[in-house]
Ligand binder design. Structure first.
Ligand SMILES: C[S@@+](CC[C@H](N)C(=O)[O-])C[C@H]1O[C@@H](n2cnc3c(N)ncnc32)[C@H](O)[C@@H]1O
Length: 269
């Protein structure tokens, strides 16, 4: 399976996985115990690492409640009175959802920020909105582009990816914190931190939470014990901030030919 994440997440980094894997293997030649993603979104890097075995564990964190709920349902969720978990209900319904319309005909279309259904229903809505909205945003109203015609719903493939992640649940931790509070609890960890914050220019049209300060992220992450890789849009000021905080800067080519920046800090001995 080439891609593990079921999302085609806006700003997703599946294209960067080989580069991050290569850096991880150089920095952690004995093997990587854990990868930590404070801005996980579709978690393409972490999920690849545990599915393909280049990290033993991964911790996914995102401040977005819907994203957190999705991962939480996928790896278990709440057990209900009838003995079925949210995860069971999610998989049963996903199996029946051959087209997004199969789902929307039983549930009202959801574009608001506030959750309105049970955790597993919300999780399925999140996945469907992500796969069918024009930008991949789970808040299509933000960009003004609903784009139901842009359907990328391959039920069989998505089911297999979700199932694989569910099988790896013992290797996954998840949380729903602001990045700063989250990192405070991981200061001494020797994990690899992969940091992919929202970019200033595009963030507000794509995510519910987007207002993060790159200088604050650089200042906080340079004090972590583990290795740090930050991906960011190619921007002169961002590059200058990173260099001032003693990060190595690399320019990487995206598949479409544009470039992005990587800010790197090796793990402490
Ligand atoms: C660029 S996306 C991450 C994409 C991810 N790397 C992938 O491959 O799918 C940034 C994510 O940061 C989350 N986010 C925004 N502000 C945050 C905050 N203060 N703390 C934690 N997560 C936040 C957003 O909800 C969004 O999912």
């Amino acid at each position: 399976m080439k891609y593990i994440s079921p999302f085609r997440y806006p700003g997703g980094k599946s294209w960067l996985v080989p580069k991050i894997k290569a850096i991880a293997q150089e920095w952690y030649p004995q093997g990587l115990d854990k990868i930590i993603e404070p801005f996980c979104g579709g978690a393409s890097v972490s999920l690849d690492s545990i599915a393909k075995g280049w990290a033993k564990k991964a911790h996914l964190n995102d401040l977005d409640e819907k994203i957190y709920n999705f991962w939480n349902v996928l790896i278990g969720g709440i057990i209900r009175v009838n003995g079925l978990s949210d995860s069971n209900c999610f998989f049963n319904c996903l199996q029946r959802t051959k087209t997004p319309e199969d789902f929307w005909c039983s549930y009202p279309e959801e574009t608001s920020f506030e959750p309105s259904g049970s955790p597993w229903e919300e999780a399925l809505k999140t996945l469907i909105l992500n796969r069918t909205s024009f930008t991949g945003s789970i808040y299509p109203a933000l960009s003004g582009k609903m784009g139901k015609g842009h359907t990328r719903w391959n039920q069989e493939k998505l089911f297999k990816r979700c199932q694989l992640i569910n099988e790896k649940k013992d290797q996954l931790d998840i949380s729903n914190l602001d990045w700063f509070d989250f990192l405070e609890t991981h200061q001494k960890s020797n994990a690899l931190f992969y940091i992919d914050p929202p970019y200033i220019t595009a963030g507000k049209k794509l995510y519910r939470h987007y207002n993060v300060s790159l200088p604050d992220i650089l200042n906080t992450t340079r004090k972590l014990k583990g290795g740090v890789i930050i991906s960011y849009e190619d921007d002169e000021q961002a590059e200058m901030h990173a260099k001032c905080q003693n990060f190595w800067v690399q320019r990487v080519k995206m598949p479409a030919g544009k470039t992005e920046l990587l800010f790197l800090k090796e793990p402490e001995e």
